[in-house]
Each structure stands twice: as structure tokens, then as C-alpha cells.
Design a binder for this molecule. Structure first.
Ligand SMILES: Cc1cc2nc3c(=O)[nH]c(=O)nc-3n(C[C@H](O)[C@H](O)[C@H](O)COP(=O)(O)OP(=O)(O)OC[C@H]3O[C@@H](n4cnc5c(N)ncnc54)[C@H](O)[C@@H]3O)c2cc1C
Length: 404
């Protein structure tokens, strides 16, 4: 147990979501006795985003089930909540955060956990029915517009786009997915996964349009009516869901002195400045396990890094421990789970066991074991992921995979 340090009489957490909440819980778990202020732009207490493209969008769950914290627990954790308010500035000399309502909040320790904002298509402004998905409100809006027979166009065949496509299709919508790349996920994970995803979505009746670019969006009386693709193809649409990526929410840090470069740049222990740490989707840090700077946009990292950053904030820079995880994520489409652990490297070989309906791929080079990709085969994936975390050599892992 870390002894609370009297130099930190108030810790402010900006960003009331997964990373911020895990930071708060860790502070209390380690016995931090002083004030914790949680600042969030949304009106909700922290909630979980993965169900927004899955259970909430299929209608299996009400949005309430995505909650990560209720008022009772927030009181037990003694969190002072400032919700529906945005941090608009940071002064690291004066140690204060400026809020959109004019208030200034002093801190001794600061956790930056403002996550990401989705990227919108440049020509989509003010067209009703062209949406992105990040919040509960976004998810409920998409749900309301995507029932049986609705014509849904999903721009972007990344994980979020494919999950939205699967969820809307499961409710009977006519779904088209458009992507500029020739295969899903930009082909980053190799042919076994691209092929499996294409096969699965085609079987479910999704119209996949790869190698296509959206040229313009058509609207009637301000409401979307279709997409014009650069190839000349016109697609009618009642709803366009744009899933072309996200950007770190860092505008409020302009002029703060923190280094911003595709995220808040941190050292290996998540420190961005003295007594300032960052965690989750917004944080770029040096992962010593691979010796590379990285920023990760996935659930497990937001939770783990929130805890690690909070622990390091309490410990102080000199006693801080490097945060060096093996990144992991999952994606669920039509109840089929895709999983990934590790790091992708361009020089790696791939070895696959299984077929299009379920497989595990290992990547690595020589003795170096880089990553595990799983599709529909959680048991084998979990076994191989454990070997990766335990730094088993690549040839040994391949041998073990072949006996799976
Ligand atoms: C629809 C969807 C499905 C997903 N599914 C999966 C999945 O299946 N598997 C997986 O591994 N990951 C998934 N993810 C990713 C995962 O949810 C994120 O990695 C995680 O939410 C990141 O948490 P975070 O706390 O860092 O940031 P966020 O969850 O983005 O939260 C940041 C919070 O900070 C607030 N904020 C931003 N700027 C300010 C400001 N200036 N002042 C105050 N507050 C501010 C935001 O409003 C937001 O509430 C999914 C994400 C989405 C959107």
C-alpha cells in the first residue's frame, strides 16, 4: 500500500470515463484520503462504451446497463463531481484547470483522461442523419434510425464500423459498408482476419464496398438521402454512420506546456509534467516492453493505464514504475469474437491454425514473439496470449499452437 503523500492535497481527474474512473478507484484503493475532483464534459457518470456498438445498438440492453458507476458508489468513493462541464485550459505553473463555466479548479496532482473525439467527414456538417458513435446519445440515436428496412451506410470498415454494421443488420436494416481500403481494418492484421470478416459479413447480407471513396453526401430538406461515391456509384441512405477514426481530445491543453503529438506525450511511467499524469485513449507513452512510443484506443489499456498512472502519481516520479503492458483488445460481431494481443511489426511472419470460421494467428520473427490474433476461438487465443505475456519464444509458441 502506498502511503498518501501530503504534497497531494487535491487530485483532479479530467475526463469522467473509463481511464478517469479507474484512476479514482486506484487512488482510493491505495488509501488516498484527500479530495478527488472528477470533471466530465458529458452529463453522465462514467459508463462503458463497448456496449454502445453492440448490446445497446442491438436492443439487447437498455442504455442504463452500460453504467460503470452510480451515485451511491460515487459518494462512497468521495468523488466531487463536476459534470456537463468542459475543461478549457490548463495552467501547470499555477496548477489549475480552467472550466467552460468560468470556474478555476486548483490541483496538486492531475490525471488527464479526456479520451478521443470521433472524426467526422468534412462535407457532412449540418446534415441530419450523418452521425458518429462515441456516446450513449449517439448510440440511442443510431438505434432509433436503424430498424428493419432502414438503409444504413457505414463509412469505414474498422472495428466500430463493422460492429455497427453487424448490430444494425441483426435488427433487419439494409447495411452497406464503404471503405477506401481493399479489405477490412486496412488489412493491418493480415489476410486470415480480413478474409474471415469479409466472409462473415457477406453471409449476413451486408453489402461490402471496398476500394471506394465517398465523394459527397446527398440530403433532402437537410436530411440525408444518399451517398455519392467517387466511382460514380450512388447509394440511397436513411442513415450514414461515419467510423473513420478518432482524434485525441487535447484542444483544451493548448498553451499548457504539455507536449502534444498525437496525444499527450508522457514518459514511461505516464508522467506528462511534474505531478501530471495521462491515461487511456488520450495518452501517448513509451512502452518499455517494446521500446516504442504508443497510444492505444482500447478498453483494457484505458482501465489498466488509469490505475497505473494513479499509482505513479501517488508514488511520485522517483518511485514510479514503468507502465509496460502487452496491449489487448476484442471486438464482437454477430456473437463472433475477434481478439488481439501484442504489437504488429512489419517484418513478422504469420502462422495460422484453424479455418475461416475460427482460427488463431501468431506473428513473430526468429525467436521474437510479437502478437496473437484470434477469431471465434477464445480458448486457444487465451492460451497463446498467456505465452506472449510470459515471453515464450516464437518457435515454441508455434509448436504449442499446432497442438491446439
Ligand atoms: C462504440 C465503441 C465501442 C468500443 N468497443 C470496444 C471493444 O469492443 N473493445 C475494446 O477494447 N475497446 C472498445 N472501445 C474503446 C474503449 O471504449 C475506449 O478505449 C475507452 O472508452 C477509452 O477510455 P478513456 O477513459 O480513455 O476515454 P473516453 O472513454 O473517450 O472518455 C473520455 C471522457 O472525457 C470527456 N472529455 C473530453 N474532453 C474533455 C474536456 N476538455 N473536459 C472534460 N471532459 C472531457 C469525454 O466527454 C469523455 O466522457 C469502444 C469504443 C467505442 C466508442
Amino acid at each position: 500500500m502506498t502511503h498518501p503523500d501530503s504534497r497531494l492535497n487535491r487530485i483532479v481527474v479530467v475526463g469522467a470515463s473509463l481511464a478517469g474512473l479507474n484512476a479514482v478507484r486506484e487512488l482510493r484503493r491505495r488509501g488516498y484520503p484527500h479530495e478527488i475532483v472528477l470533471i466530465g464534459a458529458e452529463r453522465h457518470l462514467p459508463y462503458d462504451r463497448p456496449p454502445l456498438s453492440k448490446q445497446v445498438l442491438t436492443g439487447e440492453w437498455g442504455a442504463d446497463r452500460a453504467a460503470l458507476l452510480d451515485e451511491t458508489e460515487a459518494d462512497l468513493l468521495r468523488i466531487r463531481r463536476y459534470l456537463s462541464v468542459t475543461a478549457t485550459g490548463l495552467d501547470t505553473d499555477a496548477r489549475q484547470v480552467q472550466l467552460s463555466d468560468g470556474r478555476l479548479v486548483k490541483y496538486d496532482g492531475l490525471v488527464v483522461a479526456t479520451g478521443c473525439h470521433p472524426v467526422q467527414l468534412p462535407f457532412a456538417a449540418n446534415i441530419d442523419g450523418v452521425v458518429t458513435l462515441r456516446t450513449i446519445e449517439d448510440s440511442l440515436d443510431i438505434y432509433a434510425r436503424s430498424g428493419a428496412g432502414a438503409k444504413v451506410a457505414v463509412v469505414g470498415a474498422g472495428f466500430i464500423g463493422l460492429e455497427v454494421a453487424a448490430s444494425c443488420r441483426s435488427r433487419g436494416a439494409d447495411v452497406t459498408v464503404i471503405d477506401i481500403a481493399p479489405v477490412p481494418l486496412g488489412g493491418r492484421f493480415g489476410p486470415p482476419l480480413s478474409d474471415a470478416l469479409v466472409t462473415m459479413h457477406k453471409e449476413q447480407g451486408i453489402d461490402l464496398r471496398f476500394g471506394e471513396t465517398v465523394g459527397s453526401i446527398e440530403a433532402i430538406d437537410g436530411l440525408v438521402s444518399g451517398l455519392q461515391l467517387v466511382s460514380g456509384l450512388r447509394l440511397p441512405a436513411d442513415l450514414v454512420v461515419v467510423g473513420v477514426g478518432v482524434r485525441p481530445a487535447v484542444n483544451w491543453l493548448a498553451g499548457s506546456g504539455l507536449t502534444i503529438c498525437d496525444g499527450v506525450v508522457c514518459d514511461e511511467a505516464c508522467f506528462a509534467a511534474p505531478d501530471v499524469v495521462a491515461a487511456g485513449d488520450v495518452a501517448r507513452w513509451t512502452n518499455r516492453r517494446v521500446g516504442e512510443s504508443m497510444r492505444i484506443e482500447h478498453w483494457t489499456n484505458a482501465a489498466e493505464q488509469g490505475r497505473a498512472a494513479a499509482a505513479n502519481l501517488l508514488a511520485g516520479r522517483d518511485a514510479a514504475r514503468p507502465y509496460e503492458p502487452v496491449p489487448y483488445f476484442w471486438s464482437d460481431q454477430y456473437r463472433r469474437r475477434t481478439q488481439f494481443a501484442g504489437f504488429l511489426r512489419p517484418d513478422a511472419d504469420q502462422v495460422t491454425a484453424g479455418g475461416l470460421d475460427r482460427f488463431v494467428t501468431l506473428t513473430g520473427c526468429g525467436e521474437r514473439f510479437d502478437a496473437v490474433i484470434g477469431f471465434g476461438w477464445p480458448a486457444a487465443f487465451t492460451r497463446m496470449r498467456r505465452m506472449l505475456v510470459d515471453r515464450v519464444a516464437f518457435p515454441e509458441a508455434v509448436k504449442a499452437l499446432r497442438t491446439s
